[in-house]
Design a binder for this molecule. Structure first.
Ligand SMILES: NC(=O)C1=CN([C@@H]2O[C@H](COP(=O)(O)OP(=O)(O)OC[C@H]3O[C@@H](n4cnc5c(N)ncnc54)[C@H](O)[C@@H]3O)[C@@H](O)[C@H]2O)C=CC1
Ligand SMILES: O=C(CO)COP(=O)(O)O
Length: 353
């Protein structure tokens, strides 16, 4: 079966890309880098950003604030006018901070064709509703679940904007939709794999940010590779437990959106979550660390919604809980470490289904 799908997929690969019109909403680091991938793949790309100066810069092939020093494809068109950006788009890509996206889209009043595919690049869980981003997009844009596609994987924006080789996961409940988006973003440095496990892919992307905060905190305290590997491995167990309780597929967690992204985010100094955790481990307050990092570290807010989700389904997430206690309840990083190590001894179970 999977062989048939691959053949069908490759037989049409490239054929549709030339004419695909894509709108990207969000001109931050990932929105801009993904717009460049799409343009390199041959799509006709328009990008929306809320400030005029960035739109002008993007139209001139630059985004100094978010991707300094990167030359973007000259074909990308940018504007602050969302109606113009979304006009005629077959694919609308959303790359805004998770906690802002519902309100931002409500203000845009987009009138999308029912056939339009909507792509989420976001890695967070909404605080007020504990919902995954595909659900938020569905509600905010009035789009059915089978028109929504999630792109998630080890995808640090700057590395991709530098055209370093990377793979990703493109997930949708409708595999035809996933394949269409995969074709639209295939380049000689960016390789998408399709998946139908939207729940698993989104949870992986959201919870790995929380685990990266924990790794950063440990490294900021001066702990080394053993601690890092312990947190990554047990973090993956937490992600898997939550995912399985919420209906995800086991296989997703060892894939690119799971283990792949977890490793990238927990080990890269350019991860904002990892970097913010490190500052806290070095002794900064949350407020000072947020000011110093300056961009979107989704795990800071999503740690609380992830913990809410875990409590709602009775899943134990000690690392997530420790991160929430450090960020919001005054627990020190040393106290978090001690309490994690002192937990009752149990048999090692990596996958629990
Ligand atoms: N940067 C990366 O390497 C990756 C980021 N992501 C995810 O992509 C999503 C977007 O992240 P980035 O592009 O990195 O964030 P960013 O912080 O680089 O850019 C955010 C963009 O959203 C805009 N924005 C912020 N608040 C807004 C509001 N209220 N209304 C309208 N626009 C607003 C900003 O002006 C900026 O253009 C996040 O969920 C992140 O986790 C996923 C993979 C890689
Ligand atoms: O999601 C990412 C890489 O896949 C980006 O991570 P940060 O948001 O921590 O920079």
């Amino acid at each position: 079966m999977s062989g048939d799908i691959t053949m069908e997929f490759e037989a049409v690969s490239g054929a549709l890309v030339r004419s695909t019109r894509v709108a990207v909403l969000g001109g931050g680091s990932w929105g801009t880098a993904f717009a460049a991938v799409l343009a390199d793949a041959g799509c006709s790309v328009r990008i929306w950003t809320r400030d005029r100066a960035t739109a002008q810069e993007l139209s001139a092939g630059r985004n100094a604030r978010y991707l300094a020093g990167i030359d973007l494809p000259s074909s990308i068109e940018a504007s602050t006018d969302e109606t113009w950006v979304a006009e005629g788009a077959e694919i609308v890509v959303v790359a805004l901070p998770s906690q802002m996206v519902r309100n931002a889209l409500a203000e845009m009043h987009l009138d999308l064709d029912p056939r339009t595919l909507v792509v989420s690049l976001m890695k967070g869980i909404e605080l007020t509703s504990d919902q995954r981003m595909s659900v938020v997009l569905g509600e905010a844009l009035g789009v059915a679940a089978d028109r929504i596609v999630v792109v998630s994987g080890p995808n640090l924006a700057r590395e991709i904007a530098e055209r370093q080789p990377t793979a990703t996961v493109v997930a949708s409940t409708d595999l035809r939709a996933a394949r269409t988006v995969a074709r639209a973003c295939t380049t000689d440095y960016f390789r998408p794999y399709t998946n139908s496990d939207v729940i698993g892919v989104e949870l992986c992307g959201s919870v790995k940010n929380v685990v990266a905060l924990a790794v950063g905190m440990a490294q900021g305290r001066g702990h080394g590779y053993n601690t890092t590997a312990t947190i990554i491995t047990r973090g993956l167990v937490e992600i898997t437990r939550l995912g399985l309780a919420l209906g995800a597929d086991t296989a997703t967690f060892s894939g690119l959106a799971g283990m792949g992204d977890l490793v990238a985010t927990c080990t890269s100094p350019s991860s904002r979550n990892h970097g913010l955790g490190r500052l806290i481990g070095e002794g900064l307050s949350l407020e000072d660390a947020v000011v110093k990092t300056g961009t979107t570290a989704e795990g800071v807010k999503s740690s609380r919604s992830v913990l809410d989700l875990a409590l709602s389904v009775g899943v134990d997430m000690p690392i997530t809980s420790g991160v929430v206690d450090v960020l919001y309840k005054g627990l020190s990083v040393d106290e978090m470490a001690r309490s994690l190590v002192a937990r009752p001894l149990i048999a090692e179970r990596t996958v629990t289904r």
